[in-house]
Design a protein around this ligand. Structure first.
Ligand code: RIB
Ligand code: CA
Length: 313
């Protein structure tokens, strides 16, 4: 059983990552914390209860709302990718009631749970790293009680997505990513180098859903169509990348990926490169390695693990 805290900016791929985790017998989600990113943090928080409802989760994890802003710089959202509500317009039919929120902030909850179970909990970051950085700042020893961090973010050999050099989660708070990646906690970086090799297409989605019209099938169509429409507009492709679901799957099964231990730092000041994950790639330079950078993925194995529990439900 893998115990997890999931820190999310709850857009469409985050929602699929959570559905995957809720469907997995390997995952114990101790808490879900929200952060600014794809959508404002209050929308991300409300979206958690939409996903919990669709997933039919009975034992609710602790839910804490987190930072509305990056550590510095201005907020960056991606509603053009995920829809104004982050869920492809799913909430146009009305939102479920907001459930109970933790009395703690996201950063407080991260260190409280880590201290209660030292060495047992994985922090899965599928949004900007702001809450994690605040937790590290507020209680370094508590933060370092985490077993490890699995972070969807960055790109070493691939171009960025939000700029030519930066991946969105890191771009949305580069200072936070810089602090977290040098925290000393074991960190696996699930970046665009591997997440661009796993995607969901309309063909696979409709092939799995068939004629189903239940709430889960309608939710899946709604969020997926948002993804399809974004990429169709920019490239003609009717599919979208499963960034966060792959990070979630790696948190449960590290064998899905091959990693290179690398020294990675984050550019925070470059006019063209702010948010870039700069990895040391000169083979004659050794030392200071701080991240397991995912460089290969067994895409077929991942899609086999993802499709049945998420799409068939
Ligand atoms: O670059 C992809 C990442 O940015 C994913 O986590 C997606 O949800 C957005 O947050
Ligand atoms: Ca995300």
């Amino acid at each position: 059983m893998q115990r997890l805290i999931v820190d999310t900016d709850l857009g469409i791929d985050d929602a699929l990552a959570l559905l995957y985790l809720f469907a997995s017998a390997e995952a114990q989600i101790d808490a879900i914390t929200t952060v600014h990113g794809n959508v404002p943090v209050d929308i991300a928080t409300a979206n958690i209860f939409e996903v919990l409802s669709v997933a039919g989760v009975e034992t609710l994890p602790e839910v804490a709302s987190g930072s509305a802003e990056p550590l510095s710089g201005s907020r960056v959202h991606a509603t053009h990718v995920h829809g104004e509500d982050g869920l492809g317009g799913w909430t146009a039919r009305g939102r479920v009631a907001l459930g109970r929120l933790s009395e703690h902030s996201a950063s407080e909850l991260i260190v409280r749970l880590a201290r209660q179970s030292p060495g047992e909990i994985t922090l899965l970051l599928i949004g900007p790293a702001t809450n994690a950085a605040l937790a590290l700042r507020d209680d370094p020893a508590g933060f370092r009680a985490l077993a490890r961090i699995v972070m969807m973010g960055g790109a070493v050999f691939e171009p960025g997505n939000v700029t030519s050099t930066a991946e969105f989660n890191v771009y949305a708070d580069p200072e936070a990513a810089k602090e977290v990646i040098s925290s000393g906690v074991t960190l696996t970086m699930v970046g665009l180098d591997v997440t661009r090799r796993v995607s969901l297409t309309r063909e696979v989605l409709e092939g799995e859903l068939g004629g189903r019209r239940d709430a889960r099938a309608e939710f899946l169509r709604c969020v997926a169509r948002q993804g399809f429409s974004f990429y169709k507009n920019i490239s003609g492709w009717e599919g979208f990348y499963l960034h966060d679901p792959l990070a979630a799957a790696v948190a449960l099964d590290r064998s899905l990926v091959q990693c290179r231990r690398m020294k990675v730092d984050i550019e925070t000041t470059g006019e063209l490169t702010r948010g870039m994950t700069v990895a040391e790639r000169r083979p004659w330079i050794q030392g200071g390695e701080n991240a397991e950078v995912c460089v290969e993925v067994d895409a077929a194995k991942f899609l086999g693990l993802f499709t049945e529990p998420v799409l068939r439900g």
